[in-house]
Ligand binder design. Structure first.
Ligand SMILES: [Zn+2]
Length: 401
């Protein structure tokens, strides 16, 4: 019996087991198989399975076209990414949006209570049957561009990607007199930020805008039975403004790690900002919290082995009077759910002489916690990021197979 003697439903079912690459090869064999392997229902499955594209609704194109013209080349971009090209780092998200692949950078704004701000970087759509890249930044936007990326395998099968956006129309020179710079300064400035530091940041992020090394942003596994769920947070970092951090647990779950997704010239992106020692909770009264000196002297021993993590640790909370008052920290709750010893990383400009200083990690709720920097006379507040990032990207492996 010949393969083509099979009923077409059966042939289609067989074809659905093939990879996109093999399906494309079958296309080239004979007219009958070509017609069957071009069926859009098959390519819809491929788009969904390989690149998580759920609908071709606003693309005005068949799934076959989207797969072969756009996704084969650019589909690996889909997902959340971080960059650590310089100390400031950055968070990027690539999604399907209204018939295009949209690459956006996410920023924290002045106030940690606010939603993140997203700024489009470039898009890829299908125009006249061809993938078309458009730069969405600069003066004359959108303007045509091209994007090249190289994948590089790093440790344990993970990949980084260097994305190079080439604009076919040059960007207007943006200097410090420009409206764009003024607007950016206004947006970054908070009480305590230093204009000189902001100027350095502006220069660095400007120069590297079009070429970025991205690594997949991996979300640690969810932790329903632990004191606080893993995830992304915004935190107030005094002179440096708002920064983005990832909360995760150490392997033995004795520690919480707050790792910087965005950083600053003192402690850069990628470094752990705070280690919380979950074996050293404390319960303090109001009087003990009035002075930083008293707080510095408090030392609690490691937990006894019988501690099961279910002890009620709720207690009063106040910010010591010597601490600088930050706008974010007004109207803080009078009680917290738990308080632990922690260590915070500090360093001189340029990440010189990094060291750890004692501080207290104060949890108010599942979404809000604070860090009292005992030696820096300051209290930082952190708020959970509510935006959802498609973290299950790691589509990278597909291209290399
Ligand atoms: Zn451009």
């Amino acid at each position: 019996m010949h393969l083509l003697d099979l009923p077409s439903e059966l042939l289609i079912a067989l074809l659905s087991y093939l990879s996109a690459r093999d399906l494309a090869k079958v296309c080239q064999t004979c007219i009958c198989l070509r017609n069957l392997s071009r069926l859009d229902t098959l390519w819809r499955q491929k788009c969904r399975k390989d690149y998580k594209l759920k609908s071709n609704k606003s693309w005005n194109a068949s799934y076959f076209e989207i797969y072969s013209k756009v996704l084969v080349k650019y589909g690996t971009l889909i997902g959340a990414w971080k960059t650590m090209m310089n100390c400031y780092g950055g968070l990027f998200n690539v999604t399907y949006c209204l018939g295009q692949i949209l690459v956006e950078e996410y920023f924290a704004t002045k106030y940690i209570q606010d939603n993140l701000k997203s700024v489009p970087w470039f898009s890829i759509s299908l125009e006249d049957g061809e993938a078309t890249v458009k730069c969405l930044q600069g003066f004359d936007q959108p303007h045509p561009g091209d994007v090249k990326f190289d994948q590089e395998e790093v440790a344990d099968g993970r990949h980084t990607m260097t994305t190079n956006l080439i604009c076919l129309s040059s960007h207007q020179e943006v200097n410090e007199d420009s409206v764009e710079f003024q607007r950016w300064m206004e947006q970054e400035k908070v009480k305590g930020t230093i204009p000189e530091l902001l100027r350095i940041k502006w220069q660095l992020i400007r120069n590297q805008k079009h070429q970025l090394k991205l690594s997949p942003l991996a979300l640690p596994p969810l932790t329903p039975d632990r004191i606080i769920q893993t995830g992304l947070f915004k935190g107030s970092y005094s002179a440096h403004g708002t920064e983005l951090l990832m909360l995760s647990y150490s392997e033995e779950a004795h520690e919480i790690h707050l790792t910087k997704i965005t950083g600053d010239p003192n402690v850069p992106a990628g470094e752990v900002s705070v280690y919380v020692d979950l074996r050293r909770p404390m319960i303090l009264n109001r009087e003990q919290q009035e002075s930083l000196q008293t707080l510095r002297d408090i030392d609690t021993p490691d937990l006894p082995p019988e501690f099961d993590g279910n002890m009620n640790l709720s207690q009063p909370f106040i910010v010591p009077s010597q601490c600088e008052e930050r706008e974010d920290c007004k109207d803080l709750p009078k009680y917290c759910k738990a308080r632990y010893h922690s260590k915070g990383q500090i360093a001189a400009f340029g990440y010189q002489n990094p060291s750890f200083s004692n501080n207290h990690w104060v949890m108010f709720s599942e979404d809000v916690f604070g860090v009292l920097w005992l030696d820096l006379y300051s209290f930082s507040l952190f708020n959970r990021i509510k935006e959802e990032f498609k973290i299950e990207n790691n589509l990278c492996h597909l291209q290399t197979s």
